[in-house]
Design a protein around this ligand. Sequence first.
Ligand code: ZN
Length: 573
Amino acid sequence: MSDQDTSSAADPYVVVARRYRPQCFEDLIGQENIVRALVGAIESDRVGHAYLFTGARGVGKTSTARIFAKALNCQQGTSAHPCNECDICLSIAEGQDVDVMEYDGASNRGIDEIRQLRQNVNVRPSRGRYKIYIIDEVHMLTREAFNALLKTLEEPPAHVKFFFCTTEPGKIPVTILSRCQRFDFAGVNNSAIVQLLQKIVEAENLQAEPEALQLLARQAGGSLRDSQSLLEQLLAFTETTIKAEDVHALLGTAAGPVVRQLVGSIVERDTAGLLSATEEALEGGIEPGQLLGQVLSFFRDVMVSAAGCGPDHFFHLDPADVEAIQEAAKKYGIPQTLAGLQILEQALSRLRFAHAPKITAEMALVRLCTLEDLQGLSDLLGQLGSSDNAPTAPPVASANRSRPQATPTAPPSGNAPASSQAHSSAPQTAKADLAQPASSGTLTPENLPDIWPSVLERLSGMLQENLSQGTQVSYIDADKLAVTFDAAYTFGKEFCERPEQKKRLEDALRENVGSPVRVEFHVQPADSDASQPKKEPRRSARQRMLERSRHPLVSRAKELFNANETRYEEPGP
Ligand SMILES: [Zn+2]
C-alpha cells in the first residue's frame, strides 16, 4: 500500500452531517426537555427497556439513541456523560459496535430480520453491559415483524434495550406503543439551526453572511440534517464567504428585494406591477413554488405582526423586510392576512399537479392582489343586508334606515322645502355616482354621493354603524356638510357628536376629499317624517335594481367577478 493510498483511505471525505453529529447529550440542539428527562433517567438509574423517539426527519432522534447507547455501555461506567474516548464509545459513534445493532426499518422490514433479532436477544452482550437495538423508521416494519418484536418486548431480558425511531408514530401498533417510553422531538427552531450552521462554517474556516444562514435555516423547516446538507452543497463551491445570493441560486429562490417588490405590489393592489415583477422573477430562474413559498412565509410574518407580535417573532429579520411586514400588517389586519395565506397554501398544494405552474402562481398572486376588493364586497353585502326595507314598507322609510342617500341639498333644519327636494332628487344622485370620481380636492354637491360611501368604508365599528343610520347627508358648503338622523336614531346622533368620534369622521372626510370638511348633526323632525312618504313616488323593483346596480361597490363586484346581475332580491326584514 503506497503512502497516497493510506492517506486517502484514512482520510475519506465525511459529510457535514456526520462530521458534526452530536456526540454527547449537551451537543443535542433544540431538544432540551428530552435531554433533561433522559439524563435524569440515567443518573437516577431508572432506564426503561424500550424507548420510542418520534419527530420529523433530521431533528436528532438517531443521534440521541446512539448517545444513550454510549451512556449505557461506556467502559468508564454508565453515565449521562460518556467519555467518548474508549473503544466502545468510539465504535458506537461509528455505528460499528458489536453490542449496538442498528436496523433500518425501511430496508429490513421482514419477519426474518426480526426473528434473527429475537434469537440474538437472548445471547448476552459480548463486551458492553447491554445489548442495544436501534431501529430506525420502525413504522416501516411489516405486521408479522411487529408481532415478532412484540413477543420480545413483552418479556425483555434484563440486558436488552430498544430504541425505536420514527417519523410516523401513527403507523405503529398500539401494542408496541404501550410498551415504550415515548419522546416527541420538536422541530428545531431557526435561530438554533443558524447557530449550529455558524459553528460549522467557522470550523471549516469560512465565513457566511447572516442572511445566508437564515435562508438555509428557513428552507430546512426545522430539520438540522436538511440544513446541514444544504450547507454542504454551498461549502463545495465557497472559497471565503457564503453569500445570500449563493443560497438563492442554490434553492431557486428570489432575493429579498424581489420578494419585497412583489409583496409591495400586492399590498398596493398594483396588479400590473405585480405581474411584471412575477414575470421577471420567474424568467430569472426562480421556481414558481419557491416564489409562492417565499410570499407565504412573508405573509406568515404579516399575520404574526397583525396579531401584535414584535419582529423577534418574525422569520424575516432584514430591517427592510421588517418594515414592509409591519406596513402590510397595518393595511391587512388578521382576517385578510389569513385569507391571503389560505390562497397561497391552496396554490402551493395545487402546484404539484399543475400543468402550468407559472399560471397557477400568477393566479394566486393576482387573487392576493384583489383581496381588498373581496373585503369591500363583504362590507357591501353586510350593508345591503342590513339596510333594505321590507317590500311593504314605504319607500322613504327605506331611505331613512338605509346607508344614507347623500343628497346635494341643505339640511332640513335650515329651510322647510329642502327636505322634500332632497328626497325627490335621490334618483339623480344615484346617477352622479357613476359620473364623478371620488376625490377632486374640494367637496361639491356632485362628488358628495361618491365620497360619502368611501368615508363610511374607511370608518369602522360603532361610528360606521351609527352613521349608516343617518337619514341623509347634505351638502352645505365646500367645507361643511350635515348628517341628519331619523328621530328614532337620536342616540346615533349623540354618539357621532362625541368629540373623538366627530374628529374621526372629519379626519376620514379630509382624507377622502382632500381638504378639511366640518360636519354638523341634525335630527329629522318626527312630523315631517310622517308627511313625506306620500310625496315620494313608489319606485318599481326595476328602478331599485338599477339603483343598486349603479352602486360603486356593486360595479366593483361585477368587475371583480366578471359578472352581470341577473336578479335583485329584497332582503328580508
Ligand atoms: Zn466511553
